[in-house]
Design a protein around this ligand. Structure first.
Ligand code: MG
Length: 253
């Protein structure tokens, strides 16, 4: 009994955060933020997940990009045909979600952390959530996808529309773990500054059975702090640095 208790408690204490590449692994040759290459490269270095951003184009096609206006094109007001002509910095065409998911099928070990950007109207976000969930289902990727959003409406719509058990996280930072639990989130996915201000939220979330993801953590000292705090996921632009710190921390235990 004692041994089991020790293993259990140490297992909990030794749990290490999982590494999520923010906008994919893009700080490497041939890559770019939110490119298909960034997904492939995140997988190639063994990241747990690749985070990426999604907009719905004017003609209802989900596309992968972070910026509301990218290289002169307004995401929500451009057709997918126009957006397909935009080139990312690595020369790839701006990806559609369809192309991104099709590539994900060739890389079965990486989780897909899909952020729906905040759209002009709640109706548009609902429509985007419906289209995305349908597409994910079509590709059979329901068990590899997690949804995140700054918009509370979008967060609630993913919870309402996605298959039961699909992890949905809220990004905006103002809701407590208890409030997130009440709306059905899998946990919180908050900015480092929010977690630094509310360090008790990590334990509070865990006590409620929620997970904790923190973004965008690019400095060693912040990574070390979150490893020690027991964050479940860390979202970073420096996945290699984080992997090394996690390895070092495991070896020291
Ligand atoms: Mg994002």
């Amino acid at each position: 009994m004692l041994t089991a208790a020790l293993i259990l408690s140490s297992g909990f204490a030794f749990a290490q955060p999982k590494v999520i590449a923010h906008r994919g692994f893009w700080k490497t040759g041939g890559s770019a933020q939110n490119s298909i290459a960034s997904l492939v490269k995140a997988d190639s270095i063994g990241c747990y997940g690749s985070e990426f951003d999604v907009w719905l184009s004017k003609d209802d096609v989900p596309v992968v990009n972070h910026d509301p206006i990218f290289k002169g094109r307004i995401m929500q007001k451009s057709t997918s045909k126009k957006l397909a002509k935009v080139k990312l910095d690595n020369g790839e065409p701006l990806p559609t979600l369809k192309a991104y998911l099709e590539k994900a099928l060739e890389h079965p070990n990486i989780e897909l952390i899909l952020e729906l950007k905040s759209h002009n109207t709640p109706e548009r976000e609902t429509q985007a959530a419906e289209i995305i969930i349908e597409m994910v289902k079509k590709y059979g990727l329901e068990n590899r996808i997690q949804y995140i959003a700054f918009s509370l409406h979008a967060t609630k719509e993913f919870i309402r529309l996605a298959p039961a058990g699909t992890p949905v996280y809220y990004l905006n930072g103002e809701l407590s773990p208890k409030q997130l639990k009440e709306i059905g989130c899998a946990g919180l996915d908050y900015n480092l500054g929010v977690i630094r201000k509310n360090p008790g939220w990590i334990k509070e979330a865990h006590d409620l059975g929620l997970k904790v993801n923190v973004w965008t953590v690019n400095k060693e000292k912040d990574m070390e702090w979150l490893i020690a705090q027991g964050a479940d996921f860390i979202t970073t632009n420096e996945p290699v640095m984080l992997q090394e710190l996690i390895k070092k921390s495991s070896n020291n235990k």
